[in-house]
Each structure stands twice: as C-alpha cells, then as structure tokens.
Design a protein around this ligand. Structure first.
Ligand SMILES: Nc1nc2c(ncn2[C@@H]2O[C@H](COP(=O)(O)OP(=O)(O)OP(=O)(O)O)[C@@H](O)[C@H]2O)c(=O)[nH]1
Ligand SMILES: [Mg+2]
Length: 227
C-alpha cells in the first residue's frame, strides 16, 4: 500500500525536477515506507516529462493548463494514504517530508509557513512577501475563520480521504486559497510548520501577481455564497 504520494505540478521545470524527485525518494528510504511521486505536466516545451520519468516519477499529463488543474489531476491519480504537494523548482526542500509526516498523525492537513520560517535572499519578491501574501492570508482568515499565517504556501500534506467530498472549482494559482477554504469548510484540522523557501536561479515564474492576486480575491468573495 502506498503511504505517501508526492504530487508535483510542473511546467518547464527540467532544470530542477530531478533534484526534487531524488530528495523525495530519499525520504521514503529514511522513513522506510512505500511512496510514489507524481509529476503533472501540461505539455512543457522543455524536457520536464522525460527528466521526471527517467528520475523514477510517474508522469501524468494534464490536458488543461493551470496550477490548480495540475494539482487536481495529480490528486486524482494519487494512491497514497497521504498526499504531499510541492513545486517542481526546488524552492521547497522535499527533504523535509518526514517532518510533515510526523505532524500529520494528529491532524488532517499540515501546511508549511514560509512567513514564520525562513525566506532566503531573493526567494520571494518583496511585493509578495510584505503585501500580496499577508493581505490574501488576512482576507482568507477574516472571511473563512482559518488561522493560517501563509495562505500561499505551496507545500502541504493532507489525508487523501479528506478529498472525498470536495468538489474543487478553481484552475489557476487561486487553488492555493481554495484548498484551505475547502478544508476549513469541512472542519478539517490544519496545523502549520515553519519551513524554508529557497531562491531558484534563472527561472521564469508562472505567477502573475496582479492577475493571480485578483483571481484569489474573486474566488474568495464568490465562494462566500457556498459557505
Ligand atoms: N503542470 C503545470 N504546472 C504549473 C502550471 N503553472 C505553474 N505550475 C507549477 O506550479 C509550481 C508553482 O509555480 P511557480 O511559478 O513557482 O509559482 P510560485 O511559486 O507561486 O511563484 P514564484 O514565487 O514566482 O516562484 C511550479 O512547479 C510550476 O512549474 C501549469 O499551468 N501547469
Ligand atoms: Mg515557485
């Protein structure tokens, strides 16, 4: 039986995906558990899919673009008792999986918090660090009663069974907010652990602060109807 499924959404991440996968595999050895790694690709124009496959990951092709779509495809293909999601650019350190695994035993989701952890030099633009992330986090907490300190953190572990009665609606970066909101609406317990965010050299971000910030806000307001 698969204990942990690592789900990595990836678009043009050939430079760093191998590192992410090998770090994750090493943690399965350390924990002595059966795990799988699922890389969700959207027809990257580089060799992401080939590199991921040759590094031992299962590569899932997601027909629709977007961070949310990719994660939803990955979750649907996961077999593990627990799912951990994280970016394929090595900005999150997959060696930390054992810490998430330890904490998940007495809650439904463990999320990283970069704002209470360490944000390394050049890892996050000041606009995101001091305005975007805190403002979106504040609004989410105020509207949905969550007590999260970093609503945009991309590394989270949760029990796969929690997804059973959740129908996600979002497709892009706003999925980061939707996942928390859906868990909060089901009264699932969420615990935070401080983590590091590392800088990635020569990489093009897929995040568009204005467009994506607006999509987060729209989602949070529209979803109030389903509260
Ligand atoms: N499959 C797939 N993956 C995506 C898509 N958009 C983003 N990703 C992946 O999702 C992860 C997060 O994307 P990033 O561009 O790092 O976004 P971010 O971390 O919020 O923004 P930065 O702080 O600029 O890095 C990365 O592994 C991306 O490759 C997409 O449309 N399809
Ligand atoms: Mg990133």
């Amino acid at each position: 039986m698969t204990e942990i499924s690592v789900v990595i959404p990836c678009y043009n991440e050939e430079a760093n995906i191998h590192t992410c996968i090998s770090k994750a595999f090493k943690t399965f050895e350390i924990l002595n558990i059966a795990g799988e790694i699922i890389v969700v690709d959207n027809n990257s124009s580089d060799k992401t899919a080939q590199v991921a496959a040759s590094s031992g990951a299962k590569v899932v092709f997601c027909p629709e673009k977007g961070y949310g779509n990719a994660l939803r495809c990955g979750f649907a293909n996961a077999d593990g008792e627990y799912i951990i999601m994280g970016d394929g650019d090595d900005s999150y350190d997959f060696s930390i999986i054992p810490e998430f695994y330890k904490e998940i035993k007495d809650c439904d989701m463990v999320t990283g918090t970069r704002l209470k952890g360490v944000i390394h030099k050049n890892a996050m633009p000041p606009l995101h660090r001091y305005i975007g992330t805190p403002v979106l986090t504040f609004i989410m907490n105020a509207l949905y009663g969550t007590k999260i300190s970093d609503s945009q953190c991309g590394m989270r572990m949760f029990r796969r069974e929690c997804l059973k009665n959740i129908q996600f609606k979002t497709t892009g970066m706003e999925f980061a907010s939707e996942l928390f909101i859906c868990f909060a609406q089901k009264n699932y317990t969420i615990k935070e652990i401080p983590i590091h965010l590392y800088a990635v050299n020569n990489r093009k971000s897929k995040l568009n602060p204005l467009r994506d910030g607006f999509r987060h806000l729209c989602y949070m307001i529209l979803a109030l109807h389903n509260k």
